[in-house]
Design a protein around this ligand. Sequence first.
Ligand SMILES: *[C@@H]1O[C@H](CO)[C@@H](O)[C@H](O)[C@H]1NC(C)=O
Length: 539
Amino acid sequence: MGDKRSGARPRQPSQGGCLVVAALVLMAFLYANNPAVQDADDGIALRLARVAELDVELQGHAALRDAARSDVELARAQAEHIEAPPEPPPPPRQQRREVLTTKPESQKDYRGYTFWSSDFHISPIADLKDLFAPMGMRIIDESLSGHCHLKKTCSRNLKVITKQNGITLGQCPNQLRRKFFEAYVNDARMRSVDAFLCHHAAGLCEAFMPFNKSLIVVASTRYEIGRHDPRRWKAWNANLKAIAAHPRNVVAANNRYDAEYVKYFTGLSHVPVLPNYCGYTGVTYNPTRRQILIGPGRGVKDHFVQQLDSAARNKRFQGQQLQFKRIRDLYPHFEYSDLAAHPCIVLIPYQVSLMSIFEYYRMGIPMWAPSPELLAQWQLKYRVMSERTWDLVRKKRPTRGSPLPRAPGASHRHDPNDEFDIKAIAFWIKYADFYEWPHISTFTSFDDLVQQLTAPSLDLRGMSQKVIAYNEEMVRDLKSEWRSIFAKMFRGLQPAASEPREQKRNYDEALLAKYGARQSDRCVGDAFDGAASDWLVRP
Ligand SMILES: *[C@@H]1O[C@H](CO)[C@@H](O)[C@H](O)[C@H]1NC(C)=O
């Protein structure tokens, strides 16, 4: 298998509980096919982050399509952040916060509660474990991800829900939900659970609704994953609104784009952003190598590399020929310390929110992203963000809009799934992580990028320090937001492990008691042709 790098080098000391030696997607496959290796090295097992990308690749993501070319002015007008004239940076406290909160809740110390996760992505939950453990919270991780062996979190005994049916809940979701409840209503481990976490796929929380426990939906990609049929999607919207309306539940996203996207289709007015922290890299910016990296680790088309190469011709950077290198071209397998050893990363993103960009940012690596209007043009021309919409992922072609209309109450002017209107694209991509977070630079062309990188005044260390300072604030905000959420969910309730909740044993009664609703028993699934009747109906 060629590469010995990750296995042979000494480990980085663990910071947040996770050691990390970067594993590549390729490596993930290699390990997947070699059980001896899987069992051999727990350190390697934690190289989940690269793999996160693969999960997303397999599950697909969202992408919009659009058209036009000339309306850049309008696009600019709608991409708020580029309108801002250069101003002295505001004092940190006034900066827009990435963690979006609602009303502050009392922050009395809640500890000892138990969360259940059956996710199709290993990274968001691994990240949350790092955050929750010092806060005294426990997560039962029954992972359904194809890469769970890397974290040794593979679900062993999960009943009813499987890797195959978990994203869609199968052809007859209503029956599956009922079966799941019946399999677990008397389960001892389930009795100790206080809340369910649903990241990827968000819709799995539909199966957890009748339990008298909190639901935490955190969309980490377009939330209709597994609910692409319009009837199924509508049913999910109805359920999601019912979930959001319950005072002990939370409906959120790990990035602003997905938060706005949920609002657009549900009309929910408050969808907090709970970003991932990804402190598990254990590495900080320490530039010793010369090449400027092009990231993320996959999805960067050759023509972009060629354009960058020609813009770099005869240009000098830190006393040497300016060089751009795709991460994968330089490192078939990399460790996080490899990435942190380069001067900066130029992003050619295939998606609006990526675990790998969280990681680069937490390591304090200076980054450049295409300006929103340039990225909108690229999207129109090249479909560079090939995973922005589910249609691009699933059908491999852009579509002109969503099968569902904007929800009453939502005010977004454009359809997020329109890949042919540059105004719609520009409107939506402005919510991408790399525009939401402070201290990421933008360029309007590759020549502009080269000019910025070769400017004598360039201060990469200074940029990195600002990012690192922001990261510290961000993690404080994030912990404080989670404490508010604990208060909202658990006020007046002891941990179920010590004082089990009352739980109705009958499915219909349980659902009625919790959501004041009953569920049809007819089947609606992506592949099923029955009448739309999957959502809750007020009795
Ligand atoms: C949920 O559990 C709490 C605490 O045991 C109880 O007070 C409440 O009535 C239960 N709710 C439902 C819907 O069963």
